[in-house]
Structure formats: C-alpha cells, structure tokens
Design a protein around this ligand. Structure first.
Ligand code: UD1
Ligand code: UDP
Length: 396
C-alpha cells in the first residue's frame, strides 16, 4: 500500500478533492490520509459532510480576519508534526490557495513528493488573482507530478520548463463532483433558498469574493446589481454571500433592502448546483463557477479583468466583464434582452472535464509509484497535445 496524504482547507479545494478521495478509498494500492487545514470552516465542513469525508487530521487554523501570513505560518507549523509522524509516500494539494502552497512547501521540507491537482493555470499577472497566481506558480516549482486539467494548462507548464514526463492531462475533478451532484434532484436545504422551489422568475445568480476586488471594485459591482434590480423588477437576483467579513461589509449594505434581491448564506454545494441549474445567467469572480457554468449551459459573466480559464472564453460561453458598473449593466441587459445573444452563450460545453478526472488522478499516482501505466490523457474536442517525453516534440 502507498500512503497518500490529501491536504486542503477551503470550499473549492474540498469540492475538487472529494471525487479524488472517493477514488483513492476504492483503490487497492492507495491508502489515503485526509488532512484539512481548516483555512475555511463552515464552508469546508459542509462539503466534507456532503461527500461523507471525515478528515483524519484537522489543523483548525481559521481566524476571523486571517492574513495570508496567518494561513501560511499556521499551516507550516501544523503540518510539521503530522508529516513527521505519518511519513506519507506522497502528498496531494489542489489549485492555488495559500493552504495548497504552504502544504507543498511543508512536504518539500520533509522531502515528500508533491502531487499538484489542477496544475498549470496561469493569467500571467502575479497580482491577479492575488495571491493565487503566485501560489500556483510556487506549487509548480515544488511539485513532482503535475496533473493539468486541460491541454492549455499543460502547455503553460511546458513553457516554464516542467518535464513533460511529469505532466498528465486529467480533466478537472470539479466536473466529476458537479456531475455526481447534478444527477440528484433533492429539494433546497436552506430555508431561504427553499422559496425558490416553484419560483418562475428568471434568476441572476451572483457570487463574489476575490481579494483583488476588495474595496472600490466590489462596491461598483454592488451598485451594478442594485441598479439591475431596479431596472428589472421581474428578475430575481440571488446572492449567496461568502463568509468573509470584508465581502459582507462591501455587499450587504448595498443589496439588503431590495425587494427582488435574495441574499443567502453561502449555499451548500448541493443547493448551489441546483441554483446554477435554475439560473438564467451567472455573474461571478469565482474560478470553479467559471468551470461549472459552461458545463450546465449557463452563460457566465466574469467580474474580473483576466482569467486563467481561457477554454470557455474561446468557446463563447464565458465573457470577461470586469468590475465597471456601466459595463456590467450593459452586458446583463444585452443577455436578458436579446434571445439570440443569449442562445449564443448558453451552450453546454465541457472543455474542463468529462467526469473521469479522479480515475485518471489515481492512475497517475500508480504510474508515479511505478505500479502501472499512465492514463490516457483527457481531451476536449480539438485540443489534444501529445506529451511524448520531449518538450521539443509537442504536437498540438
Ligand atoms: C480563499 C482562497 C481563495 C479561494 C477562496 C474560496 C487564499 C489566499 N484564498 O479566499 O483562493 O478562491 O478561499 O472561497 O488561499 N470565513 C469564515 N468561514 C468560512 C470561510 C471563511 O468565517 O467557512 C471568513 C473568515 O473570517 C476568514 C475569511 O473568511 O478569515 C477569509 O478567508 P480566507 O480563506 O483567508 O480567504 P478567502 O477570501 O475565503
Ligand atoms: N459554491 C458553493 N456555494 C456557494 C458558492 C459557490 O458551493 O454559495 C461552489 C461552486 O459551485 C464552486 C466552488 O464553490 O464549485 C467555488 O468556490 P469559490 O468561488 O469560493 O472559490 P474559487 O473557485 O474562486 O477558488
């Protein structure tokens, strides 16, 4: 048996790790150990409960106004003993959070190989998203195995000199999670959202949390939403607000008293998938939602200046709209008022995964341990590259 330690701490990592942990549990070779840093608390716990995951270790590092230094130093301190005692054969981290970076660094200090899920995403701007673009670049320097979700992310790694033999294109495990949850049709569990059950109105779903948008950009988005609520009284705007107090203080005063704006606590993943499916349009700065919306055929307007997820942008189901109030209002009005423009964006496409990424992840671990062949890479139509052991021979 090979002991493989999954380490994660936030909501999106928990969602993207869940199918991998399930696949590792069912595997005959891998013995998984689950460690949560607790960078998030309620938002993390609800995902673990949904997927029946009980962590073996919980560092419980969260604090009310945590700084990046707090998360980094508490993760390093908390993992020191656990890694020393458990001595896993590999650790796995996901994405670009500070939990992922600090855990990879900690494993490196213990000379334990690091496997990086969702490797190779890049915007090219180290301050956007901040600090995530730097976190994921640093994890790439520390990792021994890079599990890139798409061909484009694999190419980013090759351009940075990562050895082709250490890259596998797996698809994104978020699509595994999404497909499994979307196949169930349970009623909403949150009483605030339950009133949407038979609501025939068109829904504009909004989420926002990114650090680079704190302050003026977030206030502009809040004002755009308030203006849209007045302009479209028949539209229902649903805003599950992130637990971060900075986000709450920015958005709630602008949105709380509008009759057609429904504010809720962060939705459970089950409720959120249902909400996405019921929505007409999604306005977000989230990474994961940019991957899920296209899969569900929902147009996504991204409240950012750039994205590390170019695939759905090229396919036309996602548009970057930034945080300018007038631009946001214009883009939403265009989609609500022009059925042709709407239909052009509302295409169900799956550039990020096919629901089998967790299986490829486990097979890639076997391969890394010398216990099996590498998996066939994930390919979304027309975007395959061949990693044949020599980066000079990349065929796109
Ligand atoms: C973090 C990640 C970001 C990811 C996001 C997903 C970093 C630097 N940022 O950002 O990449 O996109 O999670 O949501 O790793 N809080 C709670 N309960 C919770 C969760 C958060 O109270 O369950 C509050 C706490 O006051 C905490 C604050 O939110 O101090 C900020 O959390 P933090 O993880 O530092 O930053 P996020 O903005 O959530
Ligand atoms: N999500 C959720 N409840 C919500 C908002 C988002 O379950 O109220 C899910 C969403 O479906 C996606 C993930 O959380 O899978 C994205 O998390 P977030 O936007 O916090 O982080 P990011 O993806 O930007 O890192």
């Amino acid at each position: 048996m090979k002991r493989v330690m999954a380490i994660y701490g936030t909501r999106p990592e928990a969602i993207k790790f869940a199918p991998v942990i399930q696949a590792m549990r069912e595997d005959a070779i891998i013995d998984p150990v689950v460690v949560v840093t607790g960078q998030h608390r309620s938002m993390l716990d609800q995902v673990n409960e949904l997927f029946h995951i009980r962590p073996d270790y919980d560092l419980d590092i969260i604090s009310a106004q945590q700084s990046l230094e707090d998360v980094t130093s508490r993760t390093l301190a908390g993992l020191r003993e656990i890694l020393g005692v458990e001595q896993p054969d590999a650790i796995v981290v996901q994405g670009d959070t500070t939990t992922a970076f600090a855990s990879a660094l900690s494993a490196f200090y213990h000379r334990i190989p690091v496997v990086h899920l969702e490797a190779g995403l890049r915007t090219g701007d180290v301050y956007s998203p901040y600090p995530e673009e730097m976190n994921r670049r640093l994890v790439s320097r520390l990792a021994a195995l890079h599990l890139a979700p798409t061909s484009a992310s694999a190419l980013n790694l090759l351009r940075e000199g990562v050895q082709p033999t250490s890259i596998v294109i797996t698809g994104n495990t978020v699509i595994d999670a999404l497909l499994s949850v979307a196949a169930q049709h349970p009623p909403y569990e949150d009483p605030t959202l339950a009133r949407l059950e038979d609501d025939p109105r068109r829904i504009l779903l909004v989420t926002m949390h990114r650090r680079e948008s704190w302050g003026a950009p977030m206030a502009r988005v809040g004002r755009a939403i308030a203006a849209l609520s007045r302009r479209y009284p028949g539209l229902l705007i649903v805003v599950p607000v992130h637990r971060n107090p900075v986000v709450r203080e920015a958005l709630l005063p602008l949105l709380s008293r509008l009759p057609n704006v429904l504010i809720s606590e962060p939705a459970s993943y089950r409720d959120f998938v249902r909400l996405m499916m019921q929505s007409t349009l999604i306005l977000t700065d989230s990474g994961g939602v940019q991957e899920e919306g296209p899969s569900l055929g929902k147009p996504v307007l991204v409240l950012r200046e750039n994205t590390e997820r170019p695939e759905a942008l090229s396919a036309g189901t996602v548009r970057l709209v930034g945080t300018d109030q007038a631009r946001i209002e214009w883009e939403v009005a265009r989609l609500l008022g022009d059925p042709v423009a709407y239909a052009e964006m509302a295409q169900a496409i799956n550039p990020y995964g096919d629901g089998a990424a967790a299986g490829r992840t486990v097979q890639s671990l076997h391969h890394m341990f010398g216990l099996g062949p590498a998996p066939e890479p994930f390919s979304s139509a027309g975007s395959t590259i061949v990693l044949d052991g020599d980066s000079s021979k990349i065929s796109a």
